[in-house]
Design a protein around this ligand. Sequence first.
Ligand code: ADP
Length: 632
Amino acid sequence: MGTREFKAESKRLLDLMINSIYTNKEIFLRELVSNASDAIDKLYYKSLTDSNIKISKDDLKIQIDINKEGRTITITDNGIGMTEKELETNLGTIAKSGSLSFKEENEKKEDIDIIGQFGVGFYSAFMVSKEVQVYSKAYGEEKAYCWKSKGVEGYEIEECEKEDVGTKIILYLKDDTEEENYSTFLDDYTIKNIIRKYSDYIRVPIKMEVEHQRPKETLNDSDEKKTEYETYKENETLNSMIPIWKKNKSDIKKEEYNSFYTDKFGDFEEPAKVIHTSMEGNVSYNALLFIPSRMPYDYYTKEFEKGLQLYSNGVLIMDKCSDLLPDYFSFVKGLVDSQDLSLNISREMLQHDRQLKIIAKSIEKKIKSELENMLKLNREEYEKFFKNFGNQLKFGIYNDYGINKDNLQDLILFYSSTEKKLVTLSEYVGRMKERQDKIYYAAGESVDKIDMLPQVEGVKDKGYEILYLTDDIDEFVIQVIFNYQQKQFANVCANNLDLDSKEEKEELQKVNEENKDMFEIMKEAISEVQSVRFTHKLKNHPVCLTSEGAISVEMEKTLNAMPNNQNIKAQTVLEINESHPIAEKIKDLYNTNKEELKKYSKILYNGARLIEGLNIENPTEFSNMICDIISK
Ligand code: ADP
């Protein structure tokens, strides 16, 4: 049979592997061992439901053989094997489509990312091999097939002899170069270390013939006893097979946790946090939890499924047990192993399982306290976490009418106008001025945009700290929290913001009363607003739009951006700076030219809308009016 071509994407990935400058080449072994272990698992699972498959758990193993002279490493498993078709599809194409387009977007990051990101698996063999041969016999098939490739030129598949079901992969190591010593992979010791480092927890034995020496007593010519050393070989098991979560924390290196995580949970980056915990008592469990250091690309899609793997005494019983995680911690990955759960429990029963509920509660508490610790002890790390998953916590506060707010409100952060960084509510309250009784906030698209809001300047000027709410959900969250440590929240863009002294208020009221009729005329021109009035809070800015009632302008924007928007409108008030020259101008117009006043009112109103980031109904009219004024 002739040479077949790799699919274009595979070819380029392969090319990347072959010419890899990736220094961590040893991971090829982890990838191949992990594939072998998966294949064994598949066969074993099948045997549980298919009584025709007669395998004994004790026979399952992965064998590594090293041939120093031939410069080959052979990895053999007695797993499920591959058919001819499977060899073609699994090894001729990369399943992870998109991996190369990713690579293109991130050209500069070189191959490091791509290797980790997509766990390119099998192809990593080409980082160290000039030729790879895969002999495989699938379970239930008569014939065995061999897949061979020397790299990008292509591959061949042909029938071959292989007695046992399973897969044997032979790697022909590359020749050593000045930079790269591939021969190190022919060394027992190196292989042993790589297995221990990355694959120790694999639950089938990984075996290798290892040379040992033992003393042997002989008699020399003059019949004296003499000790010599003889070498003998032993097929040694290299991995401890103890699941990592059952090991002693102090015996586990960070690397081991990380590689367990990246291998099991399909992430390429090391986790931001590892939580290895256990509980003893009426219900006992071991748990190994990870907080990812980046948001999964599908996190906010319906494909994303939250949940932890559930093991009963080391045996996996469910891959994604969603009952173990509340939605607001759905970003947590990991597993729970408990001997108190029955093996044959169904999904439905599990939901009502009392033990499971206790475990879930305890895990939730643990995650929360770990996050609190991170916030306290490593702010930078926490902020990174918050950037990724803070919104999930906010949703947690907002959902279910705020039932979880007490649990979560101390974990959220907002940008502070005075600190110029993210702060907690508790930090804000701790800094409040003596007579300040409200937590001030302003909402907008970004910190910069909020900074530009006229209302914000006024409040800042009075020396108050303002929280900047830049996420769509933020204001809804604030409304659900309602009050924090008995302090209510106040939107600086709401018109009931009350920062003036009694005298100031009285004075303003008087001015507004005096100009009541003028405002009526203005309101005729801009019927959308509830009212028009003078204000003193704007410092140098002429106008602003404030909101009245529960819906703020920002909320209006968010609500109307939703798919089934009901065209909800914030009730707004046009406020005009009484100490700005514009105030005199409109008073003037009121006395001299009421039509002109109406026109100006529209301009002022539309200007205020633009400041708030709202669109204006008739931009052409607005522009024309301005041009009219300019040409006068
Ligand atoms: P991944 O393991 O991430 O799916 P790989 O490129 O490592 O990607 O492997 C591709 C596929 O080839 C696997 O999903 C599996 O179906 C098959 N495969 C690889 N190695 C083996 C093996 N030793 N036994 C059976 N099937 C295997």
